[in-house]
Design a binder for this molecule. Structure first.
Ligand code: CDP
Ligand code: CDP
Length: 224
């Protein structure tokens, strides 16, 4: 059995990773893996269990009960824990507020990196777009296609604020900045590693960004 073509996409919050990767996958008939959903789902479980997200030992214990499922078909996206749907719940601000605490625990990262590799290898589609923060550098440094999707801080905040109209733009911006700062202490997703192609979407609308990512995939696969 041939392994699916691995397309690794990293970038900061609001760069368009999830929405662009999902649309790219749909257009190429690839699978799509949202790795941030796993970190968010574990953070949700930690909150539900009354565990302090800064208590690394307790968070590691919660991994034993982490019965996580994620939809990898771009048209059937869902996130479940223990069979219950948490697709919407893991986007709540209370989850965003603690997710960086659990994402900096090395044992959590090791566990999830292995999980992502096995989900990607098991895909029955010709390719899989895997998006997150450390996909191009840690999860799949040898992937044939590796992309860093960026956008100016201003553009990223404007996009996120447009999504969450009930929150003040400043609050969204500040929270996003805080999370990116905490996350970038653990992995560098602001600078492209060697061999990683940067797609800067600051001046692109959504469709242009999708086209730019597909162009990189086609250029790489045609070349090799
Ligand atoms: O979509 P958004 O940019 O808000 O974030 P996400 O992709 O849902 O990721 C949520 C959090 O998970 C991030 O803030 C990181 O703390 C963590 N994460 C990570 O550490 N490594 C990844 N590969 C993906 C997410
Ligand atoms: O996953 P990540 O946090 O990187 O970003 P996202 O949630 O996929 O994208 C944030 C928002 O930006 C979404 O509403 C996208 O539709 C929008 N977007 C945009 O307006 N223009 C682009 N070039 C890319 C994304």
């Amino acid at each position: 059995m041939t392994l699916p073509l691995f397309v690794a996409v990293d970038g900061p919050a609001g760069s368009g990773k999830s929405s662009v990767s999902r649309t790219v996958a749909r257009r190429l008939r690839f699978a799509y893996l949202d790795t941030g959903a796993a970190y968010r789902a574990l953070a949700w479980l930690v909150l539900e269990s009354g565990i302090d997200s800064r208590d690394a030992a307790a968070v590691i214990t919660a991994l034993a009960d982490f019965d996580f499922e994620v939809g990898t078909h771009p048209d059937e996206y869902y996130v479940r824990i223990g069979g219950s749907d948490v697709t919407e719940a893991i986007r709540e601000p209370r989850v965003s507020a603690v997710v960086s605490d659990i994402a900096r625990i090395p044992e959590v990262r090791q566990y999830l990196v292995e999980l992502f590799r096995s989900i990607a290898a098991a895909s029955d589609r010709p390719g899989i777009v895997v998006e997150g923060r450390d996909i191009t550098t840690v999860v799949a440094p040898g992937a044939p296609v590796r992309i860093l999707l960026t956008a100016s801080e201003e553009a990223r905040m404007a996009r996120r604020s447009a999504e969450l109209q009930d929150h003040a733009a400043e609050t969204v911006g500040e929270l996003l900045k805080k999370r990116d700062q905490a996350d970038s202490r653990v992995v560098d997703f602001m600078n492209a590693a060697d061999g990683v192609t940067t797609v800067d979407s600051t001046e692109f609308d959504f469709d242009e960004t999708v086209d730019a990512v597909i162009d990189v995939i086609r250029a790489t696969t045609n070349a090799g």
